[in-house]
Design a protein around this ligand. Structure first.
Ligand code: 5GP
Ligand code: ZN
Length: 114
């Protein structure tokens, strides 16, 4: 299920253009529009889950799959010397887009932020 006005749901539905780096039936990966590192991917579930807080046991497999996918995609996208995973949650966690996403950050330092 997607939400009509959610920006990442709109990307999932193909209403907003992006480079679809990886996708299957439940996960989409695309570049961050404002990259904080030379490699900056966003991994999202295709179904709308607002926050990590809102995820439940039914998302256990999905979250596991996202984490296990990250090293491969990071490497394939050029982060060959390590990467960082970030999930911002809620206002004090600095979350700006309320559709659960995993940041995958890598590439040569220094990075712009984080
Ligand atoms: P948050 O702060 O919610 O963890 O991160 C949201 C991220 O989404 C930010 O890094 C921001 O640059 C990225 N972002 C926001 N809008 C868009 C968009 O329309 N397309 C893409 N590719 N990234 C976006
Ligand atoms: Zn959404």
């Amino acid at each position: 299920m997607t939400e009509p006005h959610c920006i990442f749901c709109r990307i999932v539905r193909g209403e907003l253009p992006t480079k679809r780096i990886f996708e299957d039936d439940e996960i989409l990966v695309f570049p961050d529009i404002n990259p904080a590192a030379p490699v900056h991917l966003l991994m999202v579930p295709k179904t709308h889950v607002a926050t990590l807080d809102a995820a439940g046991a039914e998302h256990e497999r999905l979250l596991g799959r996202m984490l296990l996918l990250a090293p491969r995609l990071a490497r394939e996208q050029g982060a060959t010397n390590g990467f960082r995973i970030v999930i911002n949650n809620g206002p004090d966690g600095g979350q700006e887009v309320y559709h659960l996403h995993v940041h995958v950050l890598g590439g040569p330092r220094p990075w712009k932020r984080l």
